[in-house]
Ligand binder design. Structure first.
Ligand SMILES: *Cc1c(COP(=O)(O)O)cnc(C)c1O
Length: 395
């Protein structure tokens, strides 16, 4: 019996090594990795640039404390703010921690501005923001809240397509902020329509409400732009959370914001022991420079178009299996008519690793460095998996 807390549905294979888009088990079988640590290993496994950055830093300085200045934080904050709407950055160790900072910052902005009654955070059905108490209350997913005591006050979730209710809620005098993933990840790779993102921005502005974008999954090049909301004009948030690919596999998260939105966050209001330590910063800076390179983002758009073409062909060939292909860039959702867990297992039988998702989707979240030839192998194995699923039970 395993001595691990039994909270994960783990797949059978055990991987001992990774290189680029491939994972290897103890018998040295190669598995094509279209999970990439859930959109985290953006530059592939053991990318030499990141390995060098980590090793160099490991020989120099690991950890001090935020009692002291950490030059790597300044350097990464320069990059993140230089590439976005934001003026300031806070570093954490995970997506959930970045979310905690964003939620606290939004409420604190109103409290510091003399409006402490503004404490309601509006979230959306089908969203995912992580597993801390704040994050599960912001997403409102009942499966994640069940059994963990009373739901926290000050959170509300609405349907993405119910604009009338959303507009009313934003106009309420107790509303602090709206939190949304520009492309829902865990919920099933659902891109929020541009018009909706713009209406949210305008309604927040008109009512003095802060807008938070959770780009923990959709950010850092995943959609073919550095951040997903950058596909559109005039939709940028006041606060944004980043994690997953930020460290290319090294645990790190960030909450970035305009100086106005961050104005309540004064010394002593927030902190973290490990957040932004020198090891995390060294790797994240190297990852940022590689991911933000225009050639890398162009590569993501090209490989995404190629994969999506191939998946559209498979959808036409296997209409009894594939219902929809969606998402943005290399955050690809394939909605199935057959059970998604069965499909993932059948794909594993063909040494193709894909992630699950809400709404009976599977997600393809390969490294952004996936090659054209590797995309062809993924499509071939998807084809074989669809073929193997013929005649199986509907979802
Ligand atoms: C993964 C994820 C989180 C939570 O990140 P953790 O690092 O697991 O805490 C939050 N928001 C989104 C959109 C995510 O995909």
């Amino acid at each position: 019996m395993s001595k691990l807390l039994n909270v994960y549905n783990r797949a059978a294979p055990v991987f001992v090594r990774g290189e680029g888009s491939w994972l290897y088990d103890a018998a040295d079988n190669a598995w094509l990795d279209c999970v990439a640590g859930i959109a985290t290993d953006a530059l592939g496994h053991c990318n030499p640039i990141l390995v060098a950055a980590l090793k160099d830093q490991a020989d120099t300085l690991w950890h001090i404390s935020n009692m002291f200045r950490i030059p790597g934080q300044e350097a990464l904050a320069e990059r993140l703010t230089g590439a976005t709407f934001a003026d300031l950055a806070f570093f954490a160790n995970s997506g959930s921690e970045a979310i905690e900072c964003a939620l606290k910052m939004a409420r604190r902005y109103h409290a510091a501005g003399g409006n402490p009654e503004r404490d309601v955070i509006i979230g959306f059905k089908g969203s995912f923001h992580g597993r801390t108490y704040g994050a599960i209350n912001a997403s409102g997913n009942t499966a994640y809240l069940d059994g963990f005591g009373p739901a926290l006050p000050g959170y509300l979730q609405l349907a993405v397509d119910d604009w009338a209710a959303i507009a009313d809620a934003i106009a309420a005098p107790t509303t602090a902020a709206v939190i949304i993933e520009p492309v829902q990840g865990e919920g099933g790779a659902l891109a929020i329509p541009e018009a909706m993102l713009r209406k949210l921005r305008q309604a927040c502005d008109a009512n003095g409400v802060l807008l938070i974008h959770d780009e923990v999954q959709s950010g850092m090049g995943r959609t073919g732009r550095l951040f997903a909301h950058q596909w559109h004009d005039d939709v940028a948030p006041d606060i944004m959370t980043v994690a997953k690919a930020l460290g290319g596999g090294f645990p790190v998260g960030a909450c970035i914001a305009t100086s106005r939105a961050a104005s309540g966050m004064t010394p002593g209001t927030h902190g973290s022991t490990f957040g932004g330590n020198p090891l995390a910063m060294a790797v994240a800076i190297a990852a940022f420079d590689a991911i933000a390179a225009p050639e890398m983002l162009a590569h993501v758009r090209e490989i995404s178009a190629h994969l999506r073409d191939g998946l559209a062909t498979l959808k036409a060939r296997y209409p009894e299996t594939i219902v929809d292909v969606r998402g943005k860039g290399l955050l690809i959702g394939v909605k199935l008519a057959v059970n998604n867990r069965d499909f993932m297992a059948a794909a594993r039988d063909r040494h193709l690793l894909v992630a699950g998702g809400g709404d009976n989707c599977i997600r393809l979240l390969p490294p952004l460095t996936l090659s054209h030839a590797e995309a062809d192998i993924a499509l071939e194995r998807m084809d074989e998996t669809c073929n193997a699923m013929l005649g199986t039970m509907a979802a």
